[in-house]
Design a protein around this ligand. Structure first.
Ligand code: GLU
Length: 298
């Protein structure tokens, strides 16, 4: 039997994990917060698999995500979106930015960037500015390349990323941008953005024809997401997403940033830190009801 078409008048929420490891309690908190808010606002809940990183993402982790979310009894609308099958959507967005002269190819390696930053710090005696994640701002080396020379190097197959020309992008967006944060009680407040603190961000990687910032922005719009619920660790990145929405003529959803779970050392739970997975907790006898209770969802 064909399922009924989605009710487009309802708010749309999404949980968007990356299948590069097993989910941990921090993911459970994010998924359950999405579920609670979707229910509170009468919304639909979508699942999106953010698997653009073809070297780190693996099919068994997608299966693991589905297994863990089913165990937690979180119900998503059928029809999961996998980013790796939509590279053409991100290419279209890049083409639009390219036509407006807002992106440029960059051939620098991370090491080259670090070296240039070290030299400039030594010359000026001042620390080089870093982005909200602590990475040095791109020092603009390839921004000044003659466009014909850059095109020749791209044509010759030289590995490169595509960067957003942040200053030009902010000028092109034309207006001071902001977005709205919503809370559980239905309260809302505006937040001005400062995307310049990220510098010339990467919109397409060497190995992947997009980046987190671009794919998440394009997909939220294509999926009609109206309410983005994500951890506070992604609050600063939202500034880049709001700028991209403005440049690409896409709507800006409402945002809610939930707390982060910390481990005994006060560090955010993360796959890279081998935080205990939901699967391991399950195997140790912990129930889904225990998880819901522990995270404050009863
Ligand atoms: N895929 C991202 C992650 O797992 C989250 C996506 C988002 O909420 O923007 O951290």
């Amino acid at each position: 039997m064909a399922s009924a078409p989605p009710d487009t008048s309802r708010p749309v929420f999404r949980f968007a994990p990356s299948p590069n490891g097993r989910l941990h309690l921090g993911h459970a908190l994010s998924a359950l917060t999405n579920e609670a808010l979707a229910r509170r606002f009468g919304g639909r809940l979508l699942l999106r698999i953010e698997d653009i990183d073809l070297t780190r993402c693996r099919p068994e982790f997608v299966e693991g995500i589905e297994e863990d979310l089913a165990w937690l009894s979180i119900r998503f609308e059928p029809g999961l979106r996998r980013q790796s099958t939509h590279f053409e959507d991100y290419a279209a967005a890049l083409a639009s930015l390219r036509r407006r002269g807002l992106i440029y190819p960059c051939f620098c390696s991370r090491q080259e960037i670090r070296n240039v930053v070290a030299v400039r710090e030594a010359e000026t005696g001042r620390l080089w500015p870093v982005d909200p994640d602590g990475a040095p701002l791109y020092p603009g080396l390839c921004k000044g390349l003659d466009p014909r020379e850059a095109a020749r190097r791209v044509g010759a197959g030289e590995p490169h990323v595509l960067r957003l020309d942040m200053a030009a992008a902010i000028t092109a967006s034309g207006q001071p941008l902001s977005y709205t944060v919503f809370d559980l009680e239905g309260g809302e407040h505006p937040v001005p953005v400062a995307p310049e603190r990220w510098g010339d961000v990467v919109l397409a990687r060497k190995d992947v024809p997009t980046s987190y910032h671009l794919a998440v922005t394009v997909d939220d719009a294509l999926q009609g997401v109206t309410h983005v619920v994500r951890g506070r660790d992604l609050e600063a990145a939202t500034d880049v997403h709001v700028l991209l929405q403005s440049l690409l003529g896409l709507p800006t959803p409402l945002y809610h940033f939930h707390r982060l779970l910390l481990d005994d050392e006060g560090q955010k739970l993360a796959k890279s830190r081998d935080s205990q997975s939901l699967a391991a907790l399950r195997e140790s006898g912990i129930t889904a009801a225990d998880i819901r209770q522990r995270l404050g969802f009863v």
